[in-house]
Write a protein that binds this ligand. Structure first.
Ligand code: 4AD
Length: 499
């Protein structure tokens, strides 16, 4: 096999020129085929030109690295040089040679340049300069063309793949829970309704309440807030399953950590107790971080340097002690701290910010719902590492969690991460029919919408557990970005569903 065929076996070769397909820049970097012809298709990042030569930095999306194209203006067709502007899409055929210049070890001497798509320079909003993240959100259709967003999107893909690989290697079954549902899994009433009823004449019953009898599904339906309840049904048949799907919450939380549409991974395991659940969660999160370090290093290095650059403008006390890569490695090297909710309350009650009235929500004692400020205090100031809190008061947790014998707490667990707060929420589930039913009644949850869930506790119930990882919260941690709107292609937040 000659080196060209070895280098790009999928390409058709005629007179040593590959055509029809393209050589991906990432492959070229892995093993530069010096002296060989390649075809590169990508978008112009920058162009520098003098009378005798044009240097074009082309990016094809396969890597953060651009490839330098060297073109002779005399060889270009009429007007081509003017049309090669930032953002234009080119197909370039040329030879890979060792580079004479600084900044790259090889470059491509163009024989032929075709402009596939011009980019009108007066209108193209992405110029070779730094743009603010806020501005880029307004042009979310173009932001994947920036280094920052292409890096994030490649990491997002790698994390998706790693999640499936982790569970597949362990023999978990990927289970597709429904997106349209008639039950509120978390009982928080934050659901988006799905209806085909005409907005201007909604039917009402005799008591003046909305009547969904004539609606598409013949009953009230919404977008799911979690695939867990259906996931539990599957675990009670297949043993170990996981879901990975879109999730919708109509909570009016305009924060840097909340989306109205996000992706969640929800494994559910028969025969696992809360401790098994914690062990799996920790192994899973460490696996994903290791996968990112092993497979996305170029993109992570770019994001690390970007963050360091941003931090230069911040006061010393607001800067991260560790850079992005160090933070990721730190997660791998340290066991997560595991403490009960009651222990956490004691720590928080005695903490300086609580005593000095610095918390927006002061901690008075058992029963307090922990806010992000408390979670971050525990993780970032007190333990300085990820923390798993367990055994929460039953009154602040969902109906399905297994009740402890103290009558006050449930076998819940939340994983708290530095810079993020809660990244995972999970629990051991109540498998006892009578206890589950009495909790459903206590909370006035309509039984008729959950009959199928309750029935699993009558037919071959068993101890089981599971958790939910917010995919974008994971992405925040892995990329070191500060706003959840910047780690999903098209964020959905209150007042924002553009694109
Ligand atoms: O803690 P939550 O609400 O748990 C559940 O939904 C359970 N059914 C999970 C389970 O046991 N199978 O949500 C789980 C995770 C949170 O820890 C957080 O990472 C993420 O989902 N999350 C959000 N991410 C972005 N925007 C929001 N509005 C989110 N709400 C929750």
């Amino acid at each position: 096999m000659d080196s060209f065929t070895k280098f790009a076996p999928h390409l058709i070769k005629t007179n040593n020129v590959a055509f029809k397909e393209r050589n991906k820049v990432t492959e070229i970097y892995k093993n530069p085929p010096i002296g060989k012809k390649v075809i590169i298709k990508g978008w112009v990042r920058t162009k520098r030109e003098s009378k005798n030569v044009i240097f074009i930095n082309l990016n094809d999306g396969s890597t953060i690295k651009n490839i330098q194209i060297v073109a002779d203006p005399d060889k270009l067709k009429k007007d081509q040089a003017i049309k090669i502007t930032t953002g234009a899409c080119l197909s370039v055929t040329g030879e890979v040679v060792e580079s004479q210049g600084k900044g790259q070890s090889f470059e491509v001497i163009a024989d032929q340049v075709t402009i596939l798509g011009e980019s009108h320079p007066d209108e193209y909003p992405l110029q070779p300069k730094k743009h603010s993240l806020e501005f880029l959100r307004e042009i979310a259709h173009l932001r994947p063309r920036t280094n920052t967003f292409s890096a994030i999107l490649r990491i997002r893909h790698a994390m998706t793949f790693a999640i499936h690989k982790f569970f597949n290697d362990k023999g978990f079954v990927n289970f597709h829970s429904p997106i349209i549902t008639s039950s509120d899994a978390e009982g928080a009433g934050e659901m988006f309704r799905v209806t085909t009823l005409p907005p201007n004449s909604v039917p009402v019953n005799d008591s003046g309440e909305l009547d969904f009898k004539d609606d598409f599904f013949g009953k009230e339906a919404s977008l799911t807030v979690s695939g867990q309840l259906e996931g539990e049904l599957a675990a009670l048949a297949l043993g170990e399953i996981y879901t990975f799907g879109p999730t919708f919450r109509a909570e009016n939380s305009n924060t840097t950590r909340h989306l109205a549409e996000f992706w969640m991974i929800e494994p559910e395991m028969a025969f696992y107790d809360l401790e098994d659940n914690m062990n799996l969660t920790e192994e899973f999160l460490k696996y994903l971080v290791q996968y990112a370090l092993d497979n996305c290093l170029d993109d992570l290095e770019f994001l690390k340097n970007r963050a360091l650059d941003e931090e230069k403008n911040k006061p010393q006390n607001e800067r991260n002690e560790l850079d992005l890569i160090e933070r990721l490695k730190f997660i791998l090297e340290n066991p997560f701290e595991r403490i009960s909710y009651s222990q956490a309350i004691d720590i928080l009650k005695d903490s300086k910010p609580n005593k000095k009235g610095k918390f927006q929500f002061p901690i008075e004692g058992f029963g307090a719902d922990l806010q992000s400020e408390h979670e971050r205090y525990l993780v970032e100031k007190h333990f300085k590492k990820p923390v798993i809190l367990f055994d929460y008061p039953k009154d602040i947790k969902a109906f399905y969690m297994k009740q402890n014998s103290d009558g006050k707490t449930v076998k819940a667990m939340d994983v708290l991460f530095p810079g993020i707060g809660e990244i995972v929420g999970g629990s051991q589930r109540e498998e006892d029919y009578d206890k589950l039913l009495s909790r459903v009644k206590e909370l006035n949850i309509p039984q008729e919408s959950l009959w199928w869930y309750l029935e699993t506790r009558k037919f071959g119930s068993c101890p089981h557990s599971g958790f939910g990882l917010g995919f974008e919260r994971l992405m925040l941690f892995v990329t070191g970005m500060g706003n959840i709107r910047d780690v999903i292609p098209f964020p959905r937040t209150p007042g924002n569903a553009e694109f």
